[in-house]
Design a protein around this ligand. Sequence first.
Ligand SMILES: C[S@@+](CC[C@H](N)C(=O)[O-])C[C@H]1O[C@@H](n2cnc3c(N)ncnc32)[C@H](O)[C@@H]1O
Ligand SMILES: [Zn+2]
Length: 276
Amino acid sequence: MTPFICPLCQSTFSQINNTQICENNHHFDIAKEGYLNLLPVNAKNSKNPGDNKEMMMARRAFLNSGSYLPLAEKLATLVGDLLKNKSKATLLDLGCGEGYYTDYLANSLPNSTIINALDISKVAVRYASKRYKKINFCVASAYDVPLKDNSLDALIRIYAPSLDSELQRLIKQDGYLITVTPAPRHLFELREKIYEQVNAHLSENEAPAGFSKIEQINLNYPLAINEAQILKDLIRMTPFAWKFNEQKMQSLLDEKQWRIECDFNIEVYKKRSAES
Ligand SMILES: C[S@@+](CC[C@H](N)C(=O)[O-])C[C@H]1O[C@@H](n2cnc3c(N)ncnc32)[C@H](O)[C@@H]1O
Ligand SMILES: [Zn+2]
């Protein structure tokens, strides 16, 4: 049974053949890759919101190189520890992209864990759903998540937007929010090639409304890149890709070997109780 609910009336679905039908008879076809597209047409600001195919493919290729494996491992250990006393935990990866971290989590958590993931980019969800079969994927907005109130033991948000009120609504009273954001020196050696003055990212973030921070982790490591293609993929998946003109790109590629700092903030929050 799908954990997702109807984006139009919030009622639960029943599956008939390849269609999910809600209690009010709204129909949503299950794509051949297995995901549900639950993004109402009128909720789109553009025809294809979210990451485009090129960015998503660059991210997939870069992540496949193992360059961010330390982050995936750290998250898996952290989430595993947080959920160790829950017998059948439910999790959401918000803004899951092409599903690299979602899959890593799915393979490291107990099989009984229910793993849901969403992204507003249809192409990212299509590719994710084709490759990773243990996960329930849907296309939807992080600002209007088609899941029931108080349904999540953990919500993971890696470099994706969210709305505090949605986080509060979705996460159970004893559940966790885990976020990953860039820390001050993230990709410093790339950013200093672009900007005359590199503004450091924040070393920590404030808790979203209704949450208290219970853990602040800094994950920092030097990444050695020896293949030009991996460097190109990294640049193409970043928001500053367009700032690299051909000349800048060529002078960077001429270096042949690169050492780039990875610096992540991992923050864990718990829902604040009504009285605190
Ligand atoms: C930087 S990528 C990170 C993807 C993935 N979490 C990862 O780290 O590989 C940000 C993702 O957020 C998605 N996104 C942007 N706006 C969104 C929204 N309003 N709702 C859901 N996803 C959104 C993009 O499509 C993109 O896949
Ligand atoms: Zn409905």
